[in-house]
Design a protein around this ligand. Structure first.
Ligand code: SF4
Length: 351
């Protein structure tokens, strides 16, 4: 039977600085992951198709107010062509990501290229399933989410970033509402998406109590997927040089991933690029902590330097990622969507 975790237990683990405890936690999370979701690590080819954004999140390098990057938006044809190359290379799933737009023409364009990717990949793929599609394009209306779902997207990542409304309001400008973010997460679930969320670990103003609350929030919201990474300051943002908490963000992120795996054994958890950026062993340790999804970057090289959510982002060649996953004792889940097992379980419970 799945253990339920008290606030005191989680706080004790997150506050403890004994390195032996981290080792034991990673061992326990790895055992749990092998028992619940197996050894497969699923790949999501990541296409960052636009760095245009209408928002000004205080931590983000592609915020509207940052005038030091060139803005780009890939043409629909180029996105579809990148998607087909990904399919030919053995990827079964994509993550399509961009800044947030409220321009209906741009959202319609996304609907159209999602449809084109589905249709063309289904025709090209022996199984007829085509590519699985995860979207991460921010807060939209219910109707827009619905259109994207009908076009063929079936997973959506929308990070809450901070489940404490007070901390949320300290890292976002006044126009961005915690309530709206929650509404979007609820809408996505109602429509039928596999829903992913997540946080940054080590934000200015964040406490261990906030992180405990975040883990409980993920459980309460019954989420299907998690994407979490250490906070890496970006020089062209208002939070740069603001005082960060006194815990070390890399090992704290590992603890949060491990606890998330133990608390929610059958969800999908991403080993974030930020984790891999902060430490050369970030991939291996993230997998050991329970992550089972990796997102190799397929964004054209010419555009990568302008998709800088944080500073010094790590780019590891997809083939090297695959080799390192295998060397770490896991298997690579090629030719399968690798959906969240939790999603299937929660849907079966609804029937
Ligand atoms: S976090 Fe997302 S919504 Fe906020 S500025 Fe960055 S890309 Fe835009």
């Amino acid at each position: 039977m799945q253990k339920s975790w008290s606030k005191q237990e989680i706080t004790g683990i997150l506050s403890c600085r004994d390195p032996h405890l981290l080792d034991e936690l990673l061992e326990a999370a790895d055992r749990c992951r092998r028992d619940s979701v197996g050894t497969n690590v699923y790949l999501r080819g990541l296409i960052e198709f636009s760095n245009e954004c209408r928002r000004n999140c205080y931590y983000c390098g592609i915020r509207k107010g940052n005038r030091s990057i060139s803005r780009y938006r890939l043409a629909a044809g180029e996105i579809v062509s990148l998607a087909m190359s990904a399919l030919d290379a053995g990827y079964s799933s994509l993550a399509l990501q961009s800044g947030e737009s409220d321009d209906p023409r741009e959202i319609n364009e996304v609907v159209q290229f999602v449809q084109a990717i589905k249709t063309q990949s289904q025709a090209r793929d022996n199984t007829g399933n085509g590519l699985g599609i995860t979207l991460s394009i921010g807060e939209l209306t219910y109707d827009q989410y619905k259109k994207l779902w009908e076009a063929g997207a079936h997973r959506y990542l929308l990070r809450i970033e901070a489940s404490d409304p007070r901390l949320f309001s300290q890292i976002h400008p006044p126009g961005q509402s915690y309530k709206k973010r929650l509404q979007c997460l609820n809408d996505l679930k109602t429509i039928g998406y596999q829903v992913g969320t997540g946080i940054m670990v080590g934000l200015p103003g964040q406490s261990v109590n906030n992180l405990v609350r975040d883990l409980q929030f993920f459980v309460d919201k019954d989420i299907d997927m998690l994407g979490m990474g250490p906070y890496i300051p970006h020089p062209n943002t208002p939070l740069y040089k603001k005082q960060v908490p006194d815990f070390e963000p890399f090992s704290m992120t590992l603890k949060i991933i491990a606890l998330a795996r133990l608390m929610m054994p059958d969800i999908n958890i991403v080993c974030s690029t930020a984790l891999q950026t902060l430490n050369p062993q970030g991939l291996e340790l993230g997998l050991k902590a329970g992550a089972n999804v990796v997102m190799p970057v397929l964004t054209p090289e010419d555009n990568r330097g302008d998709y800088t959510l944080y500073d010094n982002k790590n780019y590891t060649r997809p083939q090297e990622l695959i080799e390192r996953i295998k060397e770490s004792g896991y298997t690579v889940g090629l030719w399968t969507w690798g959906d969240s097992r939790h999603y299937a379980v929660r849907n079966a419970q609804l029937e």
